[in-house]
Ligand binder design. Structure first.
Ligand code: PEP
Ligand code: MG
Length: 311
């Protein structure tokens, strides 16, 4: 007769293999936090705030104008808090706003958005944040409030950074919002070839981590629109050019004690997991449904590396 564990002895989270590589999970909506936490992931590698913002039905500028900055800060605090609470003390890496202008167009206030031929190459992520610091500063104020509330597991991640100037300016704005970059865990996404090529200067800005956004890194490295079905077969996250940028970035980061991670879709692919673990990545963030497979694949590769090293 098969053994059926009772409620008491059944582990709350699935038994997972112990890996040196941390395996985390991506969360796009706070409502998914419970399911994400139940995977046994070591934390959240990417918490997108786009959904929290776009669901307001107004552009952030319009929302702040109508409802006040405080209301915008509250929305971000509530969204991040739901996930940080569920995962505490496991780290939750929340990313500041990164939505292209075309996604704001349908919202109230969207008529004031610029018309861009290439929104993906346009005014998004850290670019918009630095140009329109009012919205960015309100997001930083949300992080500040979360730290004050005791959520020291919240980490801050900046999207679409190109170079040290972007990171330095962001750090300056953090200080203006009473956040000491040296006292928190913060980092940048590596999702443009520029950021991978300029990693030597980026590691000097005080970042604690660099996280590969392979959706964009692939798009920009191969000049293949990630949303264009005509070139979908050319969208290859494992292309040698992409892997070369990732590999060299990991090496530089390791030399400077900066953690590395992946939070793009490719982190859920076994081939990418193999490559990253062999390169010595610190953590891998996968989709909820892929966490378990990634844990096991990471374990397999780690064991193989260990066997190879003693041979
Ligand atoms: C990425 O580019 O890989 C990423 C994780 O960011 P997003 O998909 O939100 O652009
Ligand atoms: Mg991206």
């Amino acid at each position: 007769e098969e053994f059926e564990p009772t409620e008491e002895v059944r582990p709350k989270t699935p038994v997972k293999p112990m890996t040196a590589t941390e395996v985390k999970v991506n969360v796009s909506i706070p409502e998914a936090a419970e399911r994400a936490a139940a995977t046994g992931a070591d934390g959240v590698g990417l918490l997108r705030i786009e959904h929290m913002v776009l669901s307001l039905g107004q552009t952030p500028e319009r929302y702040i104008q109508r409802n006040g900055r405080r209301a915008y800060v509250d929305e971000i605090v509530d969204g991040i808090r739901e996930v940080a609470e569920e995962f505490y003390p496991r780290p939750v890496r929340a990313r500041t706003l990164d939505a292209p202008t075309d996604e704001f167009k349908e919202l109230e206030g969207g008529d004031e958005e610029p018309n861009e031929h290439n929104p993906m190459l346009g005014w998004r992520g850290i670019r918009r944040s630095l140009d329109k610091p009012d919205v960015f500063r309100a997001e930083l104020a949300a992080f500040r409030r979360l730290y004050d509330m005791g959520y020291d597991n919240v980490e801050l991640m900046l999207p679409l950074v190109n170079d040290a100037a972007d990171a330095d300016r962001a750090a300056e704005l953090m200080r203006e919002e009473d956040i000491d970059p040296n006292a928190i865990t913060w980092g940048v996404m590596i999702e443009t070839p520029a950021s991978a090529l300029r990693i030597e200067e980026l590691v000097e800005t005080g970042i604690d981590f660099a996280s590969f956004g392979t959706n964009d890194l692939t798009q920009y490295t191969l000049a293949v629109d990630r949303n264009n079905e005509n070139v979908a077969d050319r969208f290859d996250e494992l292309h040698p050019a992409v892997l070369q940028l990732i590999g060299s970035t990991i090496q530089t980061c390791r030399e400077h004690d900066v953690a590395t991670s992946i939070c793009g879709q490719a982190g859920s692919k076994p081939e990418m997991v193999r490559f990253l673990v062999e390169e010595g990545v610190s953590s891998i963030s996968a989709n909820i449904d892929a966490v378990r497979d990634v844990q096991h694949e990471a374990k397999r590769v780690e064991q193989q590396l260990l066997l190879d090293s003693v041979r």
